[in-house]
Ligand binder design. Structure first.
Ligand code: CTP
Length: 413
């Protein structure tokens, strides 16, 4: 199967749960297909699954740590079952054994996978696979129907020769069929919830001129903001991207305004603020600018040179002051006391959500393709996320934005 036919999988965050059935070997090909189709896959295995296939296989195929034990060591996850539960857009269990279905149906949480299942709000898809008699057993039938009533999606097992020597219903569908079912699920759920909404996204690091050839800048690449603009446009929003210099090309279906300084960014954002529904300030705005910009190139003379700086406007603070119905999302790039500083910014800048990261962590922050963040919302809720690409994080932030807009609209009714 050509991975390009599975278009709806691109950028999707899938937790793949593998339980202990002989068909577990097929799931390696499934994981590979999902990854090749652009999905972000995290695998969680039960102990029994590891008797059939090694965690190492999945680690190599996904390039990510595999969750194998409730209290094991996994590098980037904080409280692992919670981080995975929040990360998932969809949880797929393949193969799902009779034992797993029984535990899921009755809320038993005695390992990482079953605990994560209870903790997630993401939809869950199960692909049962077992001996035909076990599949037809009244206990399994009832467990499955209970799970269906609770909204689980069931991929029916195929009829055929079973590994136990019998034949009948109980075979795990082939990896291509499983991948197609997952792709179809996302294709159906590709909603455009932001249709009719106007959203401003800022990106990049502003540059503040010193003289005609020099400036003060920072290491921001614009990747996070560009990914956010693209993610919001994909959900149907009309997006204005106000960006400081960045080497990145204009995202598809996005109006782009390129500026240089913090003052220019402020003007461009304020000009559209009244008409917009949300602002996501991911730009690294310079806090200070040279007080005087030399009109001629500064010549080298004295052994030291002092450049006096003056404060730039705090754009997000100003937006918070003028806020009417707009949803405001800010970022906090910190090196110490992340939560305390981020919580303070959330409050002081009158934000709905703040995305905080420790820029000293490997794979996080400026100019990286990935990030590790904690999100804090106005209602006091807080979510920690594992290391993920900025594109996946952008989709997640946009999902949170959609929720906030929906709650605000319900409250207005
Ligand atoms: N921000 C802004 N205007 C500024 C500085 C920051 O709009 N002059 C926005 C950023 O885009 C970000 C949020 O405010 O969304 C927090 O930025 P950050 O640099 O972390 O915080 P500061 O408010 O600058 O505070 P400090 O530098 O003291 O940490």
């Amino acid at each position: 199967m050509d991975a390009t036919t599975l278009k709806a999988l691109d950028g999707r965050r899938i937790v793949l749960g593998v339980t202990g059935g002989i068909a577990a070997y097929k799931v390696a090909s499934l994981a590979s297909l999902l990854v090749k189709s652009g999905a972000e896959v995290r695998v969680v295995m039960t102990e029994a699954a590891q008797e059939f296939i090694s965690a190492r296989t999945f680690r190599e195929l996904t390039g990510q740590p595999v969750g194998t034990a409730m209290f094991g060591e996994t590098s980037n996850y904080r409280v692992e079952h919670i981080a995975l539960a929040q990360f998932a857009e969809l949880v797929v269990i393949a193969p799902a054994t009779a034992n797993f279905l029984a535990k899921a149906a009755h809320g038993i949480a005695d390992d990482l996978l079953t605990t994560m299942i209870l903790a997630t709000k993401a939809p869950i898809m199960v692909a049962p696979s077992m001996n035909v008699n076990m599949f037809e057993n009244a206990a399994t039938r009832e467990n499955l129907s209970l799970l269906r009533r609770r909204g689980f999606h069931v991929i029916e097992p195929a009829v055929g020769h079973l590994a136990c020597g019998t034949s009948g219903r109980g075979r795990l569908p082939e990896p291509e069929e499983l991948a197609t079912a997952i792709n179809d699920y996302f294709a159906r759920s590709n909603k455009r919830e932001l249709e009719g909404k106007r959203i401003i996204v800022t990106a990049g690091g502003t540059i503040e001129p010193v003289d005609p050839v020099r400036y003060i800048g920072n290491r921001s690449s614009g990747k996070m903001g560009f990914a956010l603009a693209e993610a919001a446009a994909r959900r149907g929003a009309q997006v204005l991207l106000v960006t400081a210099p960045s080497a990145l090309a204009d995202p598809r279906d996005v109006e782009v305004v390129r500026i240089e300084t913090a003052c220019q960014m402020r003007e461009a954002v304020l000009a559209e603020y009244d008409r917009c529904d949300a602002v996501i300030m991911s730009a690294a705005v310079a806090d200070y600018r040279p007080k005087v910009v030399a009109t001629e190139k500064i010549k080298k003379s004295e052994p030291t040179l002092t450049i006096e700086l003056e404060k730039n406007p705090d754009i997000l603070f100003e937006l918070g002051q003028k806020k009417a119905r707009q949803v405001l999302i800010g970022f906090a790039a910190e090196t110490t006391n992340i939560e305390e500083y981020a919580a303070r910014k959330l409050e002081q800048k009158n934000l709905d959500l703040i995305v905080a990261n420790d820029v000293t962590v490997a794979g996080a922050g400026f100019n990286a393709d990935t990030n590790v963040v904690t999100m804090m919302a106005r209602d006091g809720s807080r979510e920690d996320f594992p290391l993920m690409p900025k594109s996946a994080l952008a989709a997640l932030i946009v999902e949170r934005l959609i929720n906030i807009i929906r709650l605000n609209e319900e409250a207005e009714k």
